[in-house]
Design a protein around this ligand. Structure first.
Ligand code: SF4
Ligand code: SF4
Length: 217
């Protein structure tokens, strides 16, 4: 789930609204489904899934595509690249890849009976797992971003986050190397669909960055 606990633990991605339309806090034991513990995301409107465009790397695309059995075009949109050197040079232009949006939120966020839920919990992008933490000068810190209203217990997640953030960092470096290789070879002569096939192939034939398989998190 979120490393927002939405993302880490979510079997129940857990913002509930009462009949007055207000969010209710609930305590939830994620292993049993019983209420025993309070998570910050429970009292939040899942701002992070609504307000951000979720940019993805090759491993994110691979995990979602394989996990959902979908071609990447089904869940990706292209955005104009912010960085000339690391933008993908395809026929469509100089672009970055991000998850599609639906109803002003991530396409994978659903609301049913007043419960918001991430429907791709097992395959969600690395950035969703990390948020709202980051590694800075070798230390785990909560991002100063005011989008997240929760005051997280950093110590509680430190070991888990360090492992994840190191892997996430490796995956972004891998992706940037692929983009540089692609741009050098093809330079806007091939369509995005060819780039997507290229990155899926490269991830499938790469050595995992940790002992997990490419699909496990
Ligand atoms: S904004 Fe913060 S509290 Fe709200 S769902 Fe995201 S990580 Fe959780
Ligand atoms: S994949 Fe979408 S719904 Fe799931 S955690 Fe990320 S932003 Fe939220």
């Amino acid at each position: 789930m979120i490393y927002c606990n939405l993302h880490l633990v979510d079997k129940t991605f857990t913002v509930h609204r009462n009949k007055a339309g207000q969010n209710e806090k609930r305590n939830l034991d994620v292993s049993t489904g019983n209420d025993t513990r309070e998570y910050p995301c429970v009292s939040c409107h899942t701002n992070c899934c609504k307000e951000y465009v979720i940019f993805v790397n090759a491993h994110d695309v691979y995990r979602l595509s394989i996990g959902l059995g979908l071609d990447p075009e089904n869940f990706l949109d292209i955005y104009g690249a912010k960085d000339f050197d690391l933008g993908i040079k395809v026929k469509e232009g100089l672009v970055d890849l991000a998850l599609k949006q639906k109803n002003d939120a991530c396409t994978f966020l659903v609301e049913s009976k007043d419960v918001f839920r991430c429907t791709v919990n097992e395959f969600k992008p690395g950035v969703c797992k990390s948020y709202p933490f980051q590694m800075k000068d070798g230390k785990l810190t909560q991002m100063s971003d005011k989008m997240c209203p929760a005051d997280w217990n950093t110590r509680e997640f430190e070991t888990m986050m360090k492992t994840h953030l190191k892997k996430d960092d490796d995956e972004w470096k891998f992706y940037h190397d692929l983009i540089l290789e692609w741009n050098k070879k093809h330079w806007m002569r091939k369509p995005l669909s060819a780039f997507l096939r290229f990155i899926l192939y490269q991830v499938a034939h790469s050595v995992p960055f940790d002992s997990d398989t490419a699909l496990s998190q």
